[in-house]
Design a protein around this ligand. Sequence first.
Ligand code: EPS
Length: 384
Amino acid sequence: MGRLRWLTAGESHGPALVAILEGIPAGLPLSPEDIDRELARRQRGHGRGGRMAIEHDRAEILAGVRWERTTGAPIAVRIANRDWGNWRGIMGPTGGPPADYRPVTVPRPGHADLAGHLKYGHRDLRDVIERASARETAARVALGAVAKRLLRELGVAIASHVVSIHTAEAEVDVLSLGLSAEEINARADRSPVRCLDPDAEREMVARIDAARAAGDTVGGIFEVIALGVPPGLGSYVQWDRRLDGRLAWALMSIPGIKGVEIGLGFRAARVRGSEAHDEIFRDEGGGFRRGTDRAGGLEGGVTNGKPVVIRAAMKPIPTLAKPLRSVDLETGEEVPAHRERSDVCAVPAASVVGEAMVALVLADAVLERFGGDTLEALKSGMGS
Ligand code: EPS
């Protein structure tokens, strides 16, 4: 939309994930550790499967950075798949199927399997699974880390935490704790489910364990909070400039996300106007003060200077140890769906991906509003 362009590529069990981000100003300090820290956060969380024990995600910066400073050129990043070593004969770009190879022919309800068959004609669903896999989100987190690094220079910080898993729900209004984004993340990262309410945390872990024991999976809701966001990002003048829409799109694009809400969100539909909006007061400096943040920092698709608060609901992962019914594409028979190693719950990981997506959208909106080919120019454009 604005100034940033980015793409990812890579299969889950191919050699690597790669990502390119263009539009980051020159002069931004950036080291591989800035990215690796975020990649490690995405790998944690109770409920993850065996894959995360194999991977140790690290970013190899291939372009756009020299001596730990961005040059303004496209930034390219590569994240190796360690598991590739076990999949070489199956996922290589050359050669053909090994003699003992068995294609995947039974789609999992809820996964992209059947969609990939109907759309691209794949008869071996491996060709769908590999790209539809949420492994791709590692590449997004790498690019999000760059966006976060830029935002940090501008005083904008992004945090996340898990609100619910299955029916276990946190009873904590995180914003009211008055914590910095770093403090929210530090607390969340110490929790096995990235939850700030210890009672709910215990219940969430129990729900995940119970689902695993039953051969089932669970989803949940996470919240992303952006602090220090300047007013005036986005616009109401055209549909695709509304920042709430752009944020919702970005979060909805994370695999497994079925719902997004901003501020009061769906709850706003159940209260009266007098309980849904944030009154406007004069502050001592002659500016405006808002007592509450029911709007989640966005009015008219434009940031209003309050924290941006956005929640996303993730469905349970569709790969079930006790599978649902499906149909074999080859035989036409009704059989149990395909099974393979997977996660029981990936909501904590998805919350870190959510931070990355929000960071990319906000960095784009900041560049759109304040411009700047160099970090210095951007900062002076913002008056900071
Ligand atoms: C993921 C890697 C995958 C899954 C998960 C996310 O690894 P593998 O398929 O080798 O076990 O653990 O992906 C899914 C659950 C999914 O449905 O796509 C990762 O790196 O996050």
